[in-house]
Design a protein around this ligand. Structure first.
Ligand code: ATP
Ligand code: MG
Length: 497
């Protein structure tokens, strides 16, 4: 379905005697019966002429794109549609931006600058226009209306055959703009298409061009791959095309690395399979599945003839932070994925997990990450070749989570707060208050019955005698770092994990 606000723009331009088409990815999506993510319009009107029609439109670049603001079809929110003057691009000395952009009069020129044949299509409602047939156009039906489809490069056929093929000479096109290397793999993955052999060979040959591309653009493509239905296929393709070494080279250290124990796959294959089996559609959980064992190669030690990977969860969390920071991910996303990777070994053996250890886990990972952590664990189990995700153990764990649901697991849930402390202990605002609350929480997590105003006030009096460093040490030794004991448990239970 093409929204009316889009066809209206085309009609307005036509009424002013300009050509105008929806172009690129949205035409591809329309022909495939997919809902386009965004709408792009191309026109022979120059930017200043477009602005005459929409005076409050924005023109803030030199690339011919005017941002036209219109109401959406429900008349509620505002949509921004990119209306771009036909243009061609010359010279890509830096492998990412054209040295020169030239406005053109012919649609063909504008379509020729596009990356893949399936993205080089244009379409417009025929309306009152007279259809002049040539080799490159035809009438199609869209939304019960006659539309003209323009296809100079065989895009329609490639859509039917599910092929990603560069427009023109693949090597040339990838040299111009190396982001196209990753767009090819991303589109193949999103649309479930194959790379045309010559196009794929050019990608492999020119993979190193990705070095010239801004990390945030690589990140955006990676997120699209991770969010697609067959994300793992995208990762497999990134590796096959040699692009992965310029995106997350750390993953490649696990290639061919045997594990033993309950793992029948190498570290690398297991990472990809964990992604494949991740039952969660959130790209952040999927990224955690891909990266959860990222530190296995660096932490591997052979003890008594067996592979061990002690601390790979914590080292892996650090590596994950480094990788995601390098790729310019948002802080909240980094924190979430790092938390998942750091805690993917959480202990949940029936009969051995105590309510206190479950509360500690919740305090550590946050209520909002629990479901995702469980999904990561399922991905990990399924991806290691074990037949089942031990549903019964997970069900028991879920039961434990429900059981402690109303127990205090954060400072906010304590029956005493910062202002109480300041009043009772005559303290000035400062870090000491937070430190005292942290110690109180650590005690309440072990025993929720202690969460009473009387007990906490009395305990705070005692704690106030300690200085800040001592308080922090105390909080650490109780809360986060019950870890040592837990680590011992993990080591005992599955030496190889
Ligand atoms: P999406 O589904 O993510 O919107 P898309 O193919 O529509 O995918 P856009 O970034 O919206 O991608 O770009 C719209 C169109 O602009 C593309 O279909 C393509 O014709 C053209 N295009 C985008 N990026 C490039 C590029 N790097 N090189 C050449 N053409 C490009
Ligand atoms: Mg698009």
């Amino acid at each position: 379905m093409v929204p009316v606000f889009v066809t209206d723009i085309i009609k307005k331009l036509n009424n002013a005697n300009y050509e105008s088409w929806v172009v690129g990815g949205c035409v591809r999506d329309l022909l495939m019966n997919r809902q386009p993510a965004d709408w792009d319009i191309a026109t022979n009107a120059r930017p200043d002429e477009v602005i005459k029609i929409w005076p409050d439109a924005k023109y803030e670049n030199i690339f011919g794109t005017v941002l036209v603001k219109v109401k959406n079809d429900a008349g509620e929110t505002e949509e921004v549609v990119e209306v771009t003057t036909y243009r061609s691009e010359q010279g890509y000395a830096d492998r990412r931006h054209p040295d020169e952009v030239r406005f053109e009069d012919k649609l063909e020129k504008d379509l020729a600058r596009r990356d893949f044949t399936i993205n080089a299509l244009a379409a417009a409602p025929l309306g009152d226009r007279k259809f002049i047939a040539d080799k490159f156009n035809k009438i199609i039906e869209l939304d019960n209306e006659a539309w003209e489809l323009v296809d100079y490069f065989g895009g329609e056929k490639d859509i039917k055959q599910k092929i990603i093929r560069a427009v023109g000479e693949p090597s040339e096109r990838f040299k111009e703009d190396a982001l196209r290397l990753m767009r090819a793999v991303r589109l193949a993955c999103q649309l479930d298409f194959k790379l045309e052999p010559k196009t794929e060979r050019a990608i492999v040959k020119l993979a190193g061009g990705l070095k010239f591309i801004a990390n945030e653009r690589i990140r955006d493509e990676l997120v699209k791959i991770l969010s697609s239905a067959q994300a793992y296929r995208g990762l497999v393709k990134l590796e096959e095309t040699k692009l992965l070494q310029y995106i997350i080279p750390e993953l490649l250290a696990g290639v061919g690395m045997e594990q033993k124990g309950h793992h029948i796959y190498t570290v690398y294959d297991h990472s990809i399979l964990a992604l494949k089996n991740c039952p969660n559609a959130d790209w952040r959980v999927r990224l955690a599945a891909l990266l959860h064992d990222i530190a296995k190669p660096t932490t591997r030690k052979v003890i008594n003839g067996e592979n061990t990977f002690y601390n790979h969860d914590w080292v892996g969390a650090k590596m994950t932070r480094k990788i995601m920071t390098r790729l310019h991910f948002a802080t909240a996303d980094i924190d979430k994925v790092v938390t998942l990777v750091a805690n993917h070994m959480f202990y949940y053996n029936v009969g051995e997990v105590t309510a206190a250890s479950v509360r500690r886990l919740i305090a550590k990972v946050g209520e909002e990450n629990l479901r995702d952590l469980i999904d990561l664990r399922i991905a990990d189990r399924l991806g290691s070749g074990t037949p089942k995700a031990v549903p019964y153990k997970l069900r028991h764990f879920q039961y434990m989570l429900d059981k402690v649901r109303h127990d205090p697991v954060s400072v906010k849930m304590l029956k005493i707060n910062g202002s109480d402390l300041m009043a009772e202990l005559k303290l000035e605002p400062g870090p000491k208050i937070g430190a005292i609350l942290d110690v109180l929480l650590s005690e309440v997590i072990e025993n929720p019955k202690l969460n009473t105003k009387e007990f906490l006030s009395q305990q705070a009096q005692e704690l106030n005698k300690l200085d800040l460093t001592e308080l922090r040490e105390k909080a650490k030794s109780v809360i986060a770092e019950k870890r040592e004991a837990e680590d011992e448990e993990i080591k005992k239970s599955h030496r190889v994990a």
